[in-house]
Design a protein around this ligand. Structure first.
Ligand code: BGC
Length: 462
């Protein structure tokens, strides 16, 4: 149905990236190594042995990248700060040159009329802190709060939206349970401790913000709705466990002050009795939640998949992305409605949403034609709009990602950008999706109801 409805006034349209994935030069200007520097340089950890040594060279090309954002009409840019550029040892003496980089970036964005959204932690823990136990050491809550405070003191006069952690679930599941992300541990006794300390660090950083900051701070989580594969009790229970593990494990303590009861059942003797004061620390009032949404999981009972004992059932006749994720836009509106129902009224931002599909390594005739990604964007934005129409307070959308980048252990093999990066020349080329996104932004979403494929028809005939 064509209705050409727009998004609320002031809806913030932008794109997101993270430090290690785009910056390159990770040791420049006195920065210390991060756990990703170590992990990526350890043979066998990443596809092709790819590292973030060069990535998109954003550390040196940030001016060009801001110009690109302006050309695309972005109103906001979500990025993260590399903790080890600010505190090379993770704590102690501050590296002014590292802070200067982000200060210049923020100033450049503001001069261009682009709102910065700053994430303090997107997975690149200073290696020096990992040497002290990293997320397993309870002191990390203080280290993180001190780092946060240094950032707030310098930038809160210009950065109006802060977030503490990006996706604590991925940090613990990939980094401490399955060993596929830095620091590469595989131990189900460690995962709950790392998760709990991440959440304590989040709480401590919010507390520190209230002491010195004057704007808004939130938490970014990835939510993947779990739909039971059948109405068999076993599948229903598996979907519940999977939801507790991936989704509620982080939002329940942060927003409600308790952990889901399924956690004990999932981790057994590896799930400790947490002190009540820890939950008080974790459950700080935050100003918004950032939602990263990519896909759903149709979930079945799978007794051998420990610790959650749940599996995912592949859906016939559905589109899957290059990272093997089902394209399921309805899951985004379902998730937004669920957030409102479970946690009550609160401002929400989509802080990431996007897809990797095949794109050529090089732009051809200055163009990258990516119709499946355009369709993904269209459908997910329609889903956001549907949730807004049902009363969910969604205030912005950040496409993942501004540009193709280092997809962690998958290296440069998966392209999530709306802008193509030629990893030989580092040339940036807006894909058709970026051009389409510009039109969406310009019309505040009303072009979503108009036919858009193929974009070439529109561009060729004006
Ligand atoms: C992360 C990004 C990542 C993206 C695609 C999210 O989980 O925040 O860093 O590139 O998903 O995998």
């Amino acid at each position: 149905m064509k209705n050409n409805s727009t998004f609320p006034d002031g809806f913030l349209w932008g794109a997101a990236t993270s430090a290690y994935q785009i910056e390159g030069d990770p040791l420049a200007d006195g920065a210390g190594p991060s756990i990703w520097q170590r992990f990526a340089h350890t043979p066998g950890n990443t596809v092709n042995g790819d590292t973030g040594d060069v990535a998109c060279d954003h550390y040196n090309r940030w001016r060009e990248d801001i110009a690109l954002m302006k050309e695309l009409g972005l109103q906001a840019y979500r990025f993260s700060v590399a903790w080890s550029r600010i505190f090379p040892e993770g704590k102690g003496s501050l590296n002014e040159k590292g802070l200067d980089f982000y200060e210049k970036l923020v100033d450049g964005l503001l001069e261009t009329g682009i709102e910065p959204l700053l994430t303090l932690y997107h997975w690149d823990l200073p290696a020096a802190l990992d040497d002290r136990g990293g997320w397993l050491n309870p002191d990390i809550a203080n280290w993180f709060a001190e780092y946060g405070e240094a950032m707030y003191r310098r930038l809160d006069d210009r950065v109006k939206k802060w977030t503490t952690l990006n996706e604590p679930w991925v940090v613990t599941d990939g980094g401490y349970l399955h060993g596929v992300l830095a620091p590469g541990h595989s131990c189900h006794y460690e995962a709950p401790i790392a998760a709990h300390n991440l959440m304590r660090a989040h709480g401590a950083a919010v507390q520190a913000y209230r002491a010195v900051g004057t704007n808004e701070i939130g938490l970014v989580v990835n939510i993947e709705p779990k739909y039971p594969a059948s109405d068999d009790q076993k599948d229903l229970a598996a979907a519940n466990r999977a939801d507790a593990y991936m989704n509620r494990q982080f939002l329940d303590p942060a927003l409600l002050g308790f952990y889901p009861e399924e956690m004990q059942e999932i981790f057994g003797d590896a799930w400790p009795e947490w002190p009540a004061e820890d939950l008080d620390l974790i459950c700080q009032k935050i100003d918004f939640v950032g939602l990263n949404y990519y896909t759903r999981a149709v979930t079945c009972d799978e007794p051998d998949s420990l610790p959650v004992r749940a599996g995912a059932v592949r859906q016939p006749h559905k589109t899957y992305t290059e990272t093997g994720w089902e394209v399921y836009p309805d899951g985004l509106s379902d998730t937004l409605l669920w957030l409102k129902k479970r946690y009550g009224e609160m401002p929400l931002y989509i802080t990431e949403n996007g897809s990797a599909f095949f794109d050529p390594p090089k732009a051809v005739n200055g163009r990258v034609i990516d119709p499946i990604r355009m369709h993904y964007l269209n459908q997910h934005l329609c889903a956001v709009r549907a949730a807004i129409e049902k009363g969910v307070d969604v205030r912005g959308y950040m496409a993942w990602s501004l540009m193709d980048n280092y997809e962690w252990s998958l290296g440069y093999a998966k392209r999530f950008g709306i802008v193509h990066v030629d990893f030989e020349t580092l040339e940036r080329t807006p894909k058709d999706t970026a051009r389409y996104y510009s039109k969406i932004i310009e019309s505040n979403g009303s072009v979503l109801d108009e036919p858009f494929l193929p974009l070439s028809v529109h561009t060729r005939h004006g």
